[in-house]
Design a protein around this ligand. Structure first.
Ligand code: NAP
Length: 478
């Protein structure tokens, strides 16, 4: 079955379609999906604009109940959706189901938030005048999402956009359109009025471009690479519209001499291989002080080499394939560069043969890395972790902060002094103590600093800052 566009509540086919291919088995074509055009995108923007007034002025309870029903439906279908996710993206089934469950939790959270849109009454300095502020929706929001979280990221943009009374056009990543299609379908089955959420699959350079350029799109929320982010930021800020962006990461994890070695190895390894290292928050730079460095490197290499790489749907698999051929070539290119730069690839970095043809790469640990090496400075977005040595805590912090990116960071230590100091001195937007740098809660702010992010935070109650616009009203009641 071809997965259509979903515009104004209608399921529309297109002349051009594209296969959605399973990276664990390139013979497995999951579906074909519609390739939208500029006209389709404009049609979707019009449908969202037409639906806006009725949705924005609907009872918050009406919005809350739809979001709750959608959250419940996702939860009940989490195994099926998780399986689809693992098939189209390649993360292992447990992670796929976990991500689908996360999407359900996000919808349920914002179902409640839809009821909490309050205002503030402030005493006026003028007698007989009352002042109040209220947070109102913007209008049509353009949502552009990456391939590595095919259901969670569309969920954490769509749910707050709709909860606060906006309408939306979603353009998911070309590599993973399946989960986004299911999400919009579920919302309609949950009673969402036509036009409130629209889906246009297709190329970023066509559909995404039309979305960010349209004057009828009041605000844009984007997650993806730094390069695409910089390009669309210029367009959206150039026409004076608000934009929120979450982009790349090169997250440091400091391991202090006094860390619990087992815990530190757990953090360093799981934080770099979960989701095949294709997480913006992965700890790709592990920075160890001299007393623990050698034992850590040895244990990381041993544990990483033992990870079973294979088909994402096989219950024995601990790490699935890379998402596609292009990303696999990027990963191999950076590994080659790491060797040339003087890094020592202690394990992994090799193509793996499995029963089904796919993009399998064994996870790599690169020792002897320094912070000026290109593979250490640039985001690889694959299962590659570099280990750096720092003379002491202060040098470790300096290395951790020496990056143009600042999404997440972490430290493994038993010392309260180091933990508290690092939380204060880290230049990242999220800081973890005795945890991997990846892995966050769904109900608290998410986002980075420096080149990793732009605009207000996503998720939790913080999302309201982006998805609403404040209005100050004065009433003369004398
Ligand atoms: P990407 O290539 O930048 O694509 C992101 C989205 O932008 C896709 O939907 C893409 O469409 C679209 N796009 C491409 N060109 C466009 C254009 N000219 N105008 C408008 N939209 C355009 O990123 P990706 O490869 O999908 O995702 C990986 C990146 O996302 C990594 O850098 C990762 O760190 C980052 N990421 C960040 C976070 C975070 O929260 N900080 C979370 C997850 C991922 P097509 O797919 O059709 O090209």
């Amino acid at each position: 079955m071809t997965k259509t566009l979903i515009i104004g509540g209608e399921y529309q086919s297109t002349d051009e379609v594209k296969p959605n291919i399973n990276p664990s088995d390139t013979n497995d074509v999951i579906d074909e999906f519609a390739v939208g055009t500029v006209d389709d995108t404009e049609h979707a923007i019009c449908a969202a604009a037409d639906a806006f007034e009725a949705w924005a002025t609907a009872s918050p309870l009406f919005r809350a109940e739809i979001l709750e029903r959608a959250g419940q439906a996702i939860f009940e279908r989490r195994e099926e959706l998780g399986r689809l996710l693992s098939r189209e993206e390649g993360k292992i089934l447990a992670e796929g189901i976990g991500e689908a469950t996360r999407a359900a939790q996000v919808f349920k959270f914002y179902a409640q938030e839809a009821l909490r849109v309050d205002g503030v009454a402030i005493a006026s300095v003028r007698p007989g005048v009352r002042v109040e502020t209220r947070d109102e929706p913007h209008g049509v929001i353009g949502l552009i999402t990456p391939w590595n979280f095919p259901i969670a990221i569309p969920a954490w943009k769509l749910a707050p956009a709709l909860a606060y009374g906006n309408t939306a056009v979603l353009k998911p990543a070309d590599l993973t359109p399946g989960c986004a299609w299911e999400l919009i379908d579920i919302l309609h089955k949950a009673g969402l009025p036509a036009g409130v959420a629209n889906l246009v699959t297709g190329r970023g350079s066509v559909v995404g471009d039309a979305l960010v350029r349209s004057d009828r799109v009041a605000a844009v929320s984007f997650t993806g690479s730094v390069a695409t982010g910089a390009h669309i930021r210029q367009i959206v800020t150039g026409r004076g519209a608000p934009i929120q962006q979450e982009m790349g990461g090169k997250s440091p994890l400091i391991i202090m001499d006094d860390a619990d070695l087992e815990q530190a190895v757990d953090c360093a390894v799981s934080g770099s291989v979960i989701s095949t290292g294709q997480r913006c928050t992965s700890n790709t730079r592990v920075i160890a002080t001299p007393g623990i460095h050698d034992a850590l490197v040895e244990a990381m290499a041993r544990r990483t080499a033992a990870i079973r790489v294979g088909n994402a749907l096989d219950p024995q698999t601990q790490m699935g394939p890379v998402v596609d051929k292009g990303q696999l070539e990027i990963d191999l290119g950076y590994l080659e560069m790491a060797r040339k730069e003087g890094g020592e690839v202690l394990c992994g970095g090799e193509l793996v043969e499995c029963d089904t043809p796919g993009f399998y790469l064994s996870p790599a640990v690169v020792a002897g890395a320094t912070n000026d090496m290109v593979h250490v400075r640039e985001e690889i977005f694959g299962p590659v972790v570099s280990v750096l040595k720092a003379a002491d805590y202060d040098e470790a912090v300096a290395i951790a902060n020496d990056s143009p990116l600042g999404l997440s960071s972490g430290i493994c230590t038993r010392s309260l002094k180091y933990a508290e100091d690092f939380k204060a001195r880290s230049t990242a937007g999220m800081v973890m103590v005795n945890l991997p740098t990846a892995g966050v809660d769904f109900h608290v702010p998410f986002g980075g600093r420096k080149g990793s992010s732009y605009g207000p935070r996503e998720q939790g109650r913080a999302a309201r800052a982006f998805y609403t616009s404040s209005k100050t009203c004065y009433t003369n009641h004398a």
